[in-house]
Write a protein that binds this ligand. Structure first.
Ligand code: SAH
Ligand code: SF4
Ligand code: F3S
Length: 465
């Protein structure tokens, strides 16, 4: 874990808490579910709690505070958490004085309903993490604490996340929070609130500090990074858009790779594409969730683009950067989806030739526009069958995409030791493909030239060159 400096809190921390060794501090255990933004939020939470005197533990049975940072995106994500809450109940029964907190998107969505379990002592939404120390202090057996206020301003810009990644090579940086799109199926705008962009100077500073601490890759995160816009409080000609932010971060060092996600097909601009092309250290990879290949479905989903628009964006990306990796998200079985709509998704996948994809069955989320307006009428068995066809097709496309790389050489950033073979390292190409290769004296954090020998649908098997 690298040195953690928080300029705003440093003075206060020094005054109130004498330096104490980690063993004497109360322990917090944090489990993280959901997207990369939640992973980064857990690092923000840890930063706040460390300043308040806590130390992280990786063993739940040592913890005086157990936190689950939760996800509401699909029903099965929430069902997993309900299962965990039952496990936490056992911890409480065994040990008595342990605090159980549910934070993140499910906290925001379900609010005091989470208290009905009589296990949960703390419910805190994504914009309330600064209040965690005082909420925890106020908990008594009879008074659980809850704060689910959403904010229009909070970006945690001044908080240096305490990295939990362990590899010390690649880190997430949240550049914005919330979402202003109202895709009809999606719960995120309700759990994360309105979109707000973070001060670019604080982003650059965080990336510079990471680089100085040995990190070699930053991943800029937002639900829709293309709508990143920092409004300068003084003069409008100093506003910063996403392409400009990318450039600012890319300029830190050619040895710091820059990734980002997620791009929205309706918003990804030529300026962003050309900025990527200009800097070798901006990774050649775009995650561009299409959701469906059918215009009727896209319209109902309120995605605000058509199949034709999407495919034009793909052609533009490929014409500027032929080597650019392209990945996507797909939803099978959205409301009213016909067999023809499904076939349109399959044909779009073929045309776009995605390198990989996250693929889901539609899951109705209470309170969303789709839940209010459209019956969830595709039978479960049909949803599953369509999803399986989508997955089978993507496996083939991924394998074909990887087969094209055989014989080529890539500059890979070594991210860690291969799980299968301790004499091998793994890392990623700029286009986000996973490579394994013999360590040969290299270590995590090195850039390594490799040549691809063979592949599976998920991995490029390579040798050093
Ligand atoms: N902001 C990103 C996506 C965030 S959620 C974007 O707009 O692309 C990640 C993915 O979960 C979505 O792209 C979508 O494919 C999936 N998803 C969201 N809501 C869903 C739902 N109700 N049922 C199934 N999948 C869903
Ligand atoms: Fe959800 Fe759409 Fe926002 Fe993505 S852009 S988080 S899918 S509402
Ligand atoms: Fe889940 Fe919330 Fe992320 S709903 S996908 S953790 S923004």
């Amino acid at each position: 874990m690298h040195l953690h400096i928080n300029p705003d809190n440093a003075g206060r921390t020094m005054k109130n808490i004498r330096p104490i060794s980690d063993e004497k501090r109360p322990k917090v255990y944090i489990e993280t579910y959901g997207c990369q933004m939640n992973v980064n939020d857990s690092e923000v939470i840890l930063s706040i709690l460390q300043d308040a005197g806590y130390a992280l533990t990786e063993s739940i049975s040592d913890a005086s505070v157990i936190l689950a940072n939760t996800c509401s995106i699909r029903d099965n994500a929430e069902q997993r958490i309900w299962g965990r809450i039952e496990q936490f109940r056992l911890q409480k029964e065994k040990r008595g004085n342990v605090i159980v907190g549910i934070v993140g998107c499910m906290a925001e969505r379900l609010k005091d309903k989470l208290l009905d379990s009589h296990v949960v002592d703390l419910v805190a939404g994504p914009d309330t993490y600064r209040t965690l120390p005082e909420l925890i202090r106020a908990i008594t057996p009879d008074s659980p604490q809850i704060n689910v206020r959403l904010s229009h301003e909070e970006t945690y810009a001044d908080i240096t996340p305490v990295r939990m990644d362990k590899n010390g090579v690649s880190a997430y940086i949240s550049i914005m929070r919330g979402c202003n799109n109202v895709c009809s199926y999606c719960i995120v705008p309700y759990t994360r609130g309105v979109e707000r962009s973070r001060d670019p100077q604080s982003i650059v500073r965080e990336a510079e500090e990471l680089f100085a601490n040995g990190y070699r890759e930053v991943n800029l995160l937002g639900q829709n990074v293309d709508s990143y816009l920092w409004k300068d409080p003084v003069t409008a000609d100093r506003d910063v858009n996403f392409a400009q932010l990318l450039e600012m971060v890319a300029k830190i060092s050619p040895d710091l790779r820059v990734r980002f996600s997620t791009s929205h097909p309706k918003d990804i601009s030529d300026e962003v594409i050309y900025t990527m092309a200009m800097y070798g250290n901006i990774c050649r990879h775009i995650h561009l969730p299409v959701q469906s290949g059918s215009n009727a479905m896209l319209e109902k989903m309120r995605r605000k683009y058509t199949r034709e628009w999407y495919l034009e964006r793909v052609r533009k990306i490929r014409s500027v950067m032929p080597d650019c990796g392209l990945t996507t998200d797909i939803i099978a079985g959205f409301c009213g989806e016909t067999q023809q709509d499904h076939l349109d998704t399959l044909s779009l996948m073929e045309e776009a030739a995605f390198d990989s994809a996250f693929m889901f069955q539609y899951s109705e989320r209470p309170g969303t526009l789709a839940a209010r307006k459209y019956p969830d009428d595709v039978p479960e068995a049909v949803k599953t069958a369509r999803l399986n066809e989508i997955i089978a097709l993507q496996n083939r496309l991924s394998r074909e995409s990887n087969e094209k790389e055989i014989g080529k050489t890539f500059r890979v950033l070594a991210e860690g030791i291969s799980k299968k073979n301790s004499g091998e390292l793994f890392g990623r190409t700029s286009s986000n493909k996973v490579c394994v290769f013999p360590a040969g004296g290299h270590k995590t954090g090195d850039y390594v030239e490799v040549e691809v020998l063979s592949c599976t649908s998920a991995t490029l098997i390579s040798k050093l060159v």
